[in-house]
Design a protein around this ligand. Structure first.
Ligand code: DGL
Length: 270
C-alpha cells in the first residue's frame, strides 16, 4: 500500500527510528512530526503528554497513514493504550521492542535502563522486562540533561561528553551487562554513553527491534506493505524552529531533507 508510516516524537529523537526504517524498509514512505516547540516531554505530567500525543496523532492522520509509530518512550509509557483506542490503524510503541532486545542480548540479566523522568517514573520498562523474565535485576536512572543537548544539536560537543559522564556516574559500579537507551534521543549520544559505561556494557537501541515489529505487522497485514517501485517521498514537520530541525535531520539521516514548521499548535505551547 502506498500510504506512509507516520512517526512522532517530542523532537528529533524519533529520527533514530526513521533512520532504521530507511535501512530496513527503504521502499516505505514516512511522515514525521517532531514536537520541538514543546520538547522535552520528560518532565511534563503524564496527562499533558497524553494530550500532546493525541494532538499529534490527530494531525498525522490527515495524511492517511497506514500505521502510527510513537517513537518516543515518554509518550509510549503513558499514551500508547489511549492512542490505540482512538485510531483505526496499528499503533506501535518503542518500549516493548526495547525490552525484548535487551533480554535477547543480556547474558547476566543485570540490565540498566536510562530514560526521561516521565519514562522512569512510569515503571513501563520494568513492567515490560518482568513480563519477559522475572529473574532480571533492573537498575533505572532518569537522565534529564541529555534531551536538551540533542535538541540543541550539541550531541557531538565536548560538553555532551562531560554531561553524559556526569549523568551516568550512578551506573558506573552497577556491573550492568546491557543498558537500554530508553529514550529515542539517546542514540545520538551513543559514543559518549559507550565511553562512560565501558566495554563490558552493551548499549541497546530499541529502534532496530521496533522496526522489526513494524515490518512484521506490514507483512502480516499483507496489503499494508509497499511493493511498488519509485522513490518514496518523505515529509518532515516540527512545531518549533525548522532551521535547526532541518540541520539535525539532514545530518542524522545523511540526506538533505525539507522540513516545515507547523503553526497549528503554537498557541498551546507552554
Ligand atoms: N525522545 C523521547 C523519549 O523517547 C522524549 C524525550 C523528551 O522529550 O523528554 O522519551
Amino acid at each position: 500500500m502506498n500510504q506512509a508510516i507516520a512517526i512522532m516524537d517530542s523532537g528529533v529523537g524519533g529520527l533514530t527510528v526513521v533512520r532504521e526504517v530507511l535501512r530496513q524498509l527503504p521502499q516505505e514512505q514516512i511522515v514525521y512530526f517532531g514536537d520541538t516547540a514543546r520538547a522535552p516531554y520528560g518532565p511534563r505530567p503524564p496527562e499533558e503528554v497524553v494530550r500532546f500525543t493525541r494532538e499529534i496523532a490527530e494531525y498525522l492522520t490527515r495524511y492517511k497513514p497506514k500505521m502510527l509509530v510513537l517513537a518516543c518512550n515518554t509518550a509510549t509509557a503513558v499514551a500508547l493504550d489511549d492512542i490505540r483506542s482512538r485510531v483505526e490503524i496499528p499503533v506501535v510503541g518503542v518500549i516493548k521492542p526495547g525490552a525484548r532486545a535487551a533480554v535477547k542480548a543480556s547474558r547476566t540479566g543485570r540490565i540498566g535502563v536510562i530514560g526521561t523522568e516521565g519514562t522512569v517514573k512510569s515503571g513501563a520498562y520494568e513492567e515490560a522486562l518482568r513480563e519477559i523474565s522475572a529473574q532480571l535485576e533492573i537498575v533505572s536512572l532518569a537522565c534529564p540533561d541529555l534531551v536538551p543537548l540533542v535538541e540543541a544539536g550539541e550531541y557531538e560537543s565536548p560538553l555532551a561528553w562531560e554531561i553524559v559522564r556526569r549523568s551516568l556516574a550512578p551506573l558506573q559500579d552497577q556491573k550492568l551487562d546491557s543498558l537500554i537507551l530508553g529514550c529515542t534521543h539517546y542514540p545520538f549520544l551513543a559514543a559518549p554513553i559507550a565511553e562512560a559505561m565501558g566495554p563490558s556494557t552493551q548499549l541497546i537501541n530499541s529502534a532496530e527491534e521496533t522496526v522489526r515489529e513494524i515490518s512484521a505487522i506490514l507483512s502480516y497485514q499483507e496489503d499494508l506493505a509497499k511493493r511498488e517501485d519509485g522513490t518514496p517521498l518523505h515529509r518532515f514537520f516540527c512545531s518549533g524552529d525548522s532551521a535547526i530541525f532541518r540541520r539535525i535531520t539532514s545530518s542524522w539521516l545523511n540526506q538533505q531533507v525539507e522540513a516545515s514548521t507547523i503553526v497549528w499548535q503554537v498557541p498551546t505551547v507552554g
